[in-house]
Design a protein. Structure first.
Length: 450
């Protein structure tokens, strides 16, 4: 139960500090939709999504109205489609069925056009990955992800090489929209099966038939708390963030349980990720600056982000036994007003962002790079990020947009939550020979835990 004081406090968070439930995501298993006939398989996928998620959007709207908590997005995640398409052999037919079904039920995005190839490819996996550029170019709200590494398996460098080429081809096929297709494509190491956030969400094979996963976000709430703590010791800052994360998570728990009950689907997890938006006052970068940094990207940024990420997790697990997903702080450049400013000023570089990914929730996210960046360089960036994830036993990811025809200093306008991307410089020294080797980087020694 919430006290009257807590209700008043929550209203202030919502009205003045940008607290929201970023997404209610329904995970749906499509394993029983498999068929050797591509049309039957596509029809099965369409029918199941429409049946399971038919009330998702209206339920979210009703809960938002009744509780007074903004619920920004209603989304769907599905079983990795590379598995479903392995029988039918026609992944593009499934991409179109997913897009049609998602539009029919009214969700913002659907995730799960995905493949898990961290240890190697099947022939079906290769066919599927080759289909990704066309799938993203010919659909509107389907999102894709590919896992190329894990702490247990190592890094599939053949997949890393392949994904550099796939990202370049996706940018080419969507060049009229500044390579927008790449904004719907994530490359992972150590992906989680219950992530409610796009573009990396998929419904893992160990998940139930359906599940309700909720993503809560509140960078503005944390920033307002820190604004009142000027000059306080850093341990007091950590404690304040932890208490704030606790309050935010309780809101997510309430929404998730209510959605689960009304949709007759198991409550999966609450993902407490500080996911920024381009709006002023809703920035992770500004939280770091509120700790005493002149600008995000200067020395001390990684330490401040480590404190923030850890405190958010600690506060979240105190509030709910179902905290999961990624839960921490996101650093998507184009989606964060403070990071956009820092990147434009030159204080925030790709190299600094890579260091920050060692301690944040995900990785190099929504970063625009010159359109002429070689595929091998993109692959090498993926390899670096996957190595951070593999060695540190954490989820890392890469979502790069090589914007066609754009160069350093240009700007890419995506609009909405995806924001504005300043094109950032990339090291021009070649990594081609390294990437061309292929093979697999072995799993680290600490992967042997049995």
């Amino acid at each position: 139960m919430f006290t009257s004081f807590e209700i008043g406090e929550t209203l202030e968070m919502i009205q003045k500090e940008h607290l929201d439930v970023r997404t209610i995501t329904m995970g749906i298993s499509l394993l029983d939709c498999m068929s050797g006939d591509s049309k039957i398989c596509a029809d099965n996928v369409y029918d199941k999504i429409c049946k399971k998620a038919e009330n998702l959007v209206i339920t979210g709207e009703e809960i938002e109205k009744e509780l007074g908590v903004p619920i920004i997005n209603k989304r769907i995640s599905v079983t990795p489609i590379s598995i479903i398409a392995s029988a039918s052999g026609d992944p593009l037919a499934l991409a179109k069925a997913l897009d049609k079904a998602a539009k029919n039920v009214g969700v913002n995005f659907l995730g799960g056009y995905s493949a898990l190839v961290q240890k190697g490819f099947s022939d079906a996996d290769l066919r599927f990955i080759d289909s990704i550029p066309e799938a993203l170019a010919t659909t509107d709200i389907v999102c894709s992800s590919v896992a190329v590494g894990s702490t247990k398996a190592g890094i599939n460098m053949d997949a890393v090489k392949k994904m550099g080429e796939i990202i370049k081809e996706t940018a080419r096929l969507t060049e009229k929209n500044d390579g927008f297709g790449c904004a719907k494509l994530v490359v992972f190491c150590n992906p989680v099966e219950d992530n409610p956030f796009m573009a990396g969400a998929f419904h893992g094979v160990s998940e139930p038939e359906t599940a309700i996963n909720v993503g809560v976000s509140g960078p503005g709430v944390v920033k307002c708390v820190l604004d009142k703590m000027q000059g306080q010791p850093i341990d007091k800052v950590a404690e304040a963030i932890k208490k704030t994360a606790f309050k935010i998570t309780r809101i997510g728990q309430l929404v998730a349980k209510e959605a689960s009950k009304r949709l007759n689907a198991p409550f999966g997890i609450v993902d407490l990720s500080l996911a920024p938006t381009p709006a002023v006052g809703d920035s992770v970068a500004r939280i770091l600056e509120a700790m005493g940094l002149e600008t995000c990207g200067t020395h001390g940024t990684t330490a401040a982000l480590a404190l923030l990420n850890d405190a958010v997790k600690k506060g979240g697990v105190m509030a709910s036994s179902n905290v999961g997903g990624l839960s921490g702080a996101f650093i998507p450049v184009s989606e964060d007003e403070g990071m956009i400013a820092a990147a434009r000023s030159g204080a925030l570089t790709l190299e600094k962002l890579e260091a920050m990914t060692c301690v944040c929730s995900v990785g190099l996210d929504m970063i625009c790079i010159p359109g002429d960046t070689p595929a091998s360089t993109i692959s090498a960036i993926i390899a670096d990020e996957a190595a951070i994830g593999m060695i540190n036993n954490k989820t890392t990811a890469v979502r790069l947009i090589p914007a066609p025809g754009k160069t350093v200093g240009d700007t890419v306008e995506f609009g909405g939550l995806l924001g504005t991307g300043p094109v950032m410089s990339v090291n021009k020294a070649s990594s081609e020979e390294f990437i061309a080797r292929g093979g697999r980087i072995p799993a680290p020694i600490h992967s042997l835990r049995n």
